[in-house]
Design a protein around this ligand. Structure first.
Ligand SMILES: [Zn+2]
Length: 234
């Protein structure tokens, strides 16, 4: 006998086809958003297991980072690019949560990145987040959190546009080339913690550096960085 639940699922498929977010194939289990074929084409970096990996090197001499890594190599016209596009521009948050779970699995398998107290999604400009309806880094964090069992700390780091007074002088000068500046809204909730800053794709690392710097200014914090993908700019 077919359950009511199954009937409802089949019925909803008539209106909402259940297809892979990477290739459009409809050969998916009920709970899948990405098919096995696409999953097997995600190029894992293996960086989480390796100290001194290219992501850590990005921050050498720029920012004190305990550990840093990216989960996958980002290339143009790849499955991964399509999946990230679905997450950022097609409102497909489930894709982001699944990618986050796979990123979390890489973190969990590594003997590094241990004793992290909180995940911090790299904040978007508020107006951009409002337009998209969510921050894709927060969605990734939710998936990571499910696997490594570390809470997502939202809205404690704020991203702002520069004003003239900010850019004129002081240490903000250092971030003139960064798109915005970062402020901590609640120091007490972040101090004495090992925090992992999370974003979707790292290229030059300039924005992560600026945000990470604001976090390391908080009393007795340790900073690590994890991104879903690495787009090397050479
Ligand atoms: Zn697929």
């Amino acid at each position: 006998m077919i359950s009511t639940n199954k009937l409802l699922q089949d019925f909803s498929h008539l209106f909402y086809p259940h297809t892979c977010a990477g290739c459009g194939s409809d050969l998916l289990e009920e709970t899948q958003t990405i098919c096995l074929h696409c999953y097997s084409h995600l190029p894992e970096t293996g960086f989480f297991a390796h100290p001194g990996n290219p992501i850590e090197k990005i921050f050498y001499g720029r920012l004190h980072v305990a550990e840093a890594a990216a989960g996958y190599y980002f290339t143009k016209n790849s499955v991964l690019q399509r999946l990230i596009h679905q997450l950022k521009y097609n409102g497909n948050q489930e894709v982001g949560r699944q990618l986050g779970r796979w990123l979390g699995t890489q973190i969990l398998k590594s003997s590094r990145f241990t004793q992290i107290h909180g995940l911090i999604p790299l904040p978007l400009f508020p107006e951009k987040e409002k337009k998209r309806g969510y921050n894709q880094a927060t969605v990734l964090c939710e998936g990571v959190s499910e696997i490594i069992n570390v809470p997502v700390l939202k809205d404690l780091v704020i991203r702002k546009r520069y004003t003239d007074t900010q850019t004129k002088k002081g240490r903000n000068d250092r971030w003139k080339n960064v798109d915005g500046s970062f402020e901590i809204s609640d120091h007490a909730q972040l101090q004495h913690k090992h925090l992992m800053l999370v974003d979707d794709v790292i290229t030059t690392g300039a924005t992560l550096e600026a945000c990470g710097y604001a976090i390391t200014e908080i009393e007795n914090t340790k900073l690590s960085i994890a991104t879903l993908a690495w787009a090397s700019d050479d």
